[in-house]
Design a protein around this ligand. Sequence first.
Ligand code: HEC
Length: 471
Amino acid sequence: MPGSKLQLGAGALVLGAICALPGSAAAQQKQVTFTKDVSPILQAKCQSCHEPGSIGPMSLVTYQDARPWARSIKQRVESRQMPPWHIDRSVGVQKFKNDMSLSDEQVATIAAWVDGGALEGNPADFKAKPVNKELYWQGERDGYGPPDLVISAPMQTMPAVHQDEWWRPVNEIPVTEPRWVKMVEIRPANVEGRKILHHSIAYHILSPDNTAAVNQGVGVGRFSLSGSAAASAADLVNRRPQLMEWAIGKGYDRYAEGTGKLIMPGEKISWDQHIHAAGEAVTSASQLGIWLYPKGQEPKKRSYLVGFTGLKNGTEGLDIPPNSIAYTEGFNVLKENTAITNFQPHFHLRGKAMQVEAIFPDGRTQTISYVKDFNFNWMTNYIFADDAVPVFPKGTIIKVSAYYDNTKANKSNPDPDQWVGYGDRTVDEMAHAWMNVYYLTDEEYKDYVAKHGEGVTNGVPPRNRTQQQQQ
Ligand code: HEC
């Protein structure tokens, strides 16, 4: 049984404490109960998804709601599948702006509650948190206020049974003067829409004055999937960089302090919404929320969204035989000194794990991020804390390693007997790491490294680092 070892360890520890210190706090520790100990954790970390009308399959609001799920809750929190925050905790950047994970102590409390019989405790201890039945912006929930602009794609109906579809309408961006964007979020236009919207990309149709919005700082050889090979000025207008990419389970993109994206009057959003049928007719669409920098506080730098590819041989190099585990890798060259501000692995149903490493020009390597239990339901976006944003010198190679599980052990796999290649449908596969980046001049790079260190530092400035941290 997974987890039983952990349980034994924790039990032995408590026992040890009791023997050593009779009458200590540990010995007197009261039983863990739902109303006193567990419900505050569920309210803080689970309720927004696990309340009536939200995206979770069941409510965890009251004791009556949660009790039948006790064993499953313990299993999901100990395996760190829930909350859906799957980044490896032993390597790479570990400080985030939007961390929704449980602390070790919270996991231990939930496990102790379940092991102790999942008791209710005193009902008077239960302080209900209001249930939110409306659609919400995650950014607003996380304290950033409501978006300044909302752009809604026209509503469309997906029949109960249908092939996957791509809806591609165009919307105006409603600004009358150039404005800088600080944060973006896409959500389905209504609660039902969560069932059909797999991904939604808001491409930015640029004005000729705004071609600097096109990223040219990453090279991926002749098999460019991130649209970043050198281009003529006229070509740039047609590049349509992404203002935002969203997929099931993602929240918002919040750019690092002092960086953003410029939107201008007359520009448009061109949507690419990937919809699949849900067994019932659903009418919905995508909405893009935009948070702006206040006038007079414009950022100094542009933020670019890059899909670092995991396919060095291009799309045709993705070849996953039936009933097999497969691997691909991709190498992306940073042509500028680059700060990387987030990580969001993107796969379809066979995706298993993704690791992003930096290979410095002098050959040193470092892991930036690793997700080893990728779950298709969760395109979680891991946004690095400002002081933990890693920077790399130009010439660094960003290596993306991608693992696929096309066996029946993969619970998301619709058919392990199928061969799988590259494609847009959910049953096809792809592999890239969505990362927002900004670039530093040589001068800025030197300053940044002196202050914060080079590569992944997790916010420990060079003067405070031990020899081991410096490797
Ligand atoms: C961001 C939204 C979100 C958050 C936060 C979240 N969940 Fe979930 N949870 C889901 C969704 C959606 C599913 C169903 C899909 C899946 O299994 O991944 C789920 C599935 C589960 C399941 C499995 C249910 C089953 O069918 O067996 C358990 C148990 C669970 N969550 C517990 C928790 C607990 C406990 C927390 C907080 C510590 C939590 N979740 C936080 C959205 C969320």
